[in-house]
Design a protein around this ligand. Structure first.
Ligand SMILES: [Zn+2]
Length: 89
């Protein structure tokens, strides 16, 4: 039981399309439009569900970078990086 589905496709396709459309088909973390997937804001391991409110569009890079970090941490990180770019030079 449970061995018949892949780990990466737990989100149904219609729901995924809905999340992509809502987020403008760009990564919410860095704005990239490449290698997009749907990411859980609160990981399922921490009690997060498959509700729209807990799902965001994320590119492969941010998804893999996230790892053990929370989405909030990543958003903060990217925000800081953007601020740094703007104020520097
Ligand atoms: Zn990204």
């Amino acid at each position: 039981m449970g061995s018949n589905y892949t780990r990466s496709s737990r989100i149904s396709r219609p729901l995924r399309t809905k999340i992509f459309d809502r987020d403008g088909r760009v990564c919410v973390y860095c704005g990239s439009c490449e290698d997009l997937s749907v990411d859980h804001i609160l990981p399922k391991s921490l009690g997060g569900g498959d509700e729209e409110e807990n799902l965001v569009t994320s590119c492969g890079r941010c998804n893999s970078m996230k790892g053990a970090k929370s989405a909030a941490t990543i958003i903060e990180l990217w925000a800081q990086r953007r601020l740094g770019e703007n104020t520097r030079g």
